[in-house]
Design a protein around this ligand. Structure first.
Ligand SMILES: Nc1ncnc2c1ncn2[C@@H]1O[C@H](COP(=O)(O)OP(=O)(O)OP(=O)(O)O)[C@@H](O)[C@H]1O
Length: 535
């Protein structure tokens, strides 16, 4: 490759006013370069003589090609050539032996002639830029000069260094492979330790936990609370829960208290979170968030749980765990199952099936289960399906407050440790927004109203199952679809969290009292500690 630079000296000027033409985009470089000519002295001028064959003006005028004597208006042509030195291509034979772009920058840094360079400095600069080669300015007797380019000892050293570094990188790579394994092992161990501690903590809290949340309300408050108790003002009644969230409590505070429990889902536990309470007491708000404008502050347990689950999956990936998650969203209304993902008009029969008698994981026939790979997938799936519920709600409010919405995420996880030992786990996360509990009484008394009776059957059965578990009796799950479906999440290898939602207003006093009684009963339930489903 040959680059040609044409240097023109305008009429009536001397060296310093030289202008450069010929290379587009390199005007600054050349001009800057020429600014330095003052100090270049003969050697550089001599240098220009070097390519005398192309130094047309000098040849033509017969003058010495030294720059100060260049004929005004004359032209000096410089030529650069690429040579391969030490396997690396460098520009040689001229100034352009330095990287042009870098020279531009360098020369521009030298704005005026105050800070002048001499040839040696420039050559030093060349060396800095092209550290692979050394430039010698050789002046011969005739005052011509040339630049000699050769591989420098420094280049050789650098080459050695490079080879050494490459060797070290290889060693480091192998080492880092090993470190990675080591790291993976450590993360796995830490993770296991973390799981053990977390589950110990969760078990210490009991496998069925009950929290109470008071709805935000500006009206007269009939309740007084402490961190763990709720009392109905003007009565002796006082209810104790693991934690009471007063009406000022935020969604974040509520979730903070249960996030460790959600973590245990990925450790292979079945986890079920219910929101229980009368219509309008804040169940949907607690589980999902407000009906409109859900933000990071107001979002409820479901979006927060999805975010946490996928964040944890990301973290566990370092330890080698991979997970597959499948989501479904159904509604249980009047003892009928409806797949919310299929819209409100689809009439399909759904049955709950257990693979081995009533053991193992429950499946529902004809239900759409979608694989979700990240938070967005899961929440989009949830939101889309929720529309069927919401449209039912606006159209028939009764229906939505009397149906149970069940969002389920099935998980299977696997890991291979450094010794190649495989480990798998599976679990189900069930998040339930229960039907309004105030109908419980009505259903018992209004026997003629078969529909109402059915609607409330599941809630009654749920309380029966929980009471039986408390007494260590064998609960009957088959009596309602809700308990039958949640069998695995209510007994054995499961962790259950019930949030009893109450409204603190006078007009809700009766229902609030009943809800608190229910919560008190449930909180006495202790499940047997059965190991998680790890293989
Ligand atoms: N803690 C709270 N802070 C702010 N708004 C709340 C709170 N709890 C409930 N609300 C609001 O009160 C209204 C009723 O709450 P929500 O719909 O959650 O009740 P619900 O128990 O789910 O009722 P239903 O059984 O009819 O579905 C909603 O507008 C909801 O946003």
């Amino acid at each position: 490759m040959t680059t040609t630079v044409v240097i023109q000296q305008p009429t009536g000027t001397t060296n310093k006013a030289l202008m450069v033409t010929g290379i587009e985009g390199h005007r600054n470089w050349s001009t800057g370069l020429l600014d330095c000519f003052d100090d270049f002295s003969s050697c550089l001028m001599g240098f220009f003589c070097l390519p005398c064959t192309v130094c047309t003006v000098a040849s033509r005028t017969g003058e010495c090609c030294c720059m100060p004597y260049c004929v005004p208006g004359g032209t000096v042509v410089m030529r650069t050539r690429i040579r391969t030195i030490g396997g690396i291509q460098v520009l040689t034979d001229a100034w352009a032996c330095v990287d042009m772009e870098k020279t531009v920058a360098t020369v521009q840094e030298c704005p005026d002639t105050e800070e002048k360079w001499n040839a040696r400095a420039l050559l030093k600069k060349c060396n800095t830029v092209c550290s692979t080669s050394e430039y010698h300015c050789v002046i011969n007797k005739e005052m011509t000069a040339y630049i000699e380019v050769c591989a420098t000892p420094r280049y050789m050293q650098d080459k050695e260094k490079l080879a050494e570094m490459s060797r070290q990188i290889e060693i480091l790579k192998t080492q880092s492979e090993m470190d990675n394994q080591e790291l993976k092992k450590k993360v796995l161990e830490k993770n296991e330790e973390c799981k053990r501690l977390n589950n110990k903590l969760q078990e210490a809290k009991g496998n069925i936990r009950v929290l109470c949340r008071i709805k935000l309300c500006e009206e007269n408050d009939i309740l007084s609370t402490t961190k763990t108790t709720v009392s109905i003002k003007g009565t002796e009644k006082r209810y104790t829960f693991e934690r009471v969230f007063d009406k000022e409590s935020t969604q974040r505070e509520v979730y903070e208290d249960i996030k460790e429990l959600v973590r245990s889902f990925l450790d292979g536990y079945n986890l079920c979170i219910f929101a229980y309470g009368q219509t309008g007491s804040g169940k949907t708000y607690t589980m999902e968030g407000p009906p409109d404008n859900i933000s990071e502050d107001t979002e409820g347990i479901i979006p927060r749980a999805m975010k946490q689950v996928f964040q944890t999956i990301k973290e566990l990936k370092v330890a080698g765990w991979t997970y597959k998650l499948r989501a479904s969203y159904i509604e249980l209304y009047n003892e009928e199952i409806r797949d919310l993902t299929k819209g409100s008009n689809v009439q399909e029969k759904h049955e709950i099936k257990y693979p081995r008698g009533e053991q193992g994981k429950a499946t529902i026939t004809n239900i759409k289960e979608e694989e979700v790979e990240n938070t967005d997938d899961a929440l989009n799936f949830y939101k889309q399906a929720s529309k069927s519920r919401t449209s039912g709600k606006t159209g028939r409010n009764e229906r939505s407050s009397r149906s149970h919405a069940i969002f389920r995420v099935e998980m299977t996880g696997r890991v291979e440790n450094v010794e190649g030992v495989k480990n798998t786990c599976s679990g189900t996360l069930t998040l339930v927004d229960l039907a309004g509990s105030e109908k419980l009484d009505d259903a018992a008394s209004v026997t003629t109203n078969q529909e109402t009776k059915k609607i409330n059957l599941s809630l009654m059965e749920l309380s029966k199952v929980l009471r039986a578990l408390r007494k260590k009796e064998n609960p009957i799950y088959r009596n309602s679809k809700l308990t039958f479906l949640l069998k695995n999440s209510l007994g054995g290898n499961s962790k259950t969290l019930m949030i009893v939602n109450v409204s603190p207003t006078e007009d809700c006093k009766r229902e609030t009292e009943r809800t608190l009684e229910f919560g008190k009963e449930v909180s006495k339930v202790v499940l047997e500690n059965v190991p998680r489903k790890n293989k």
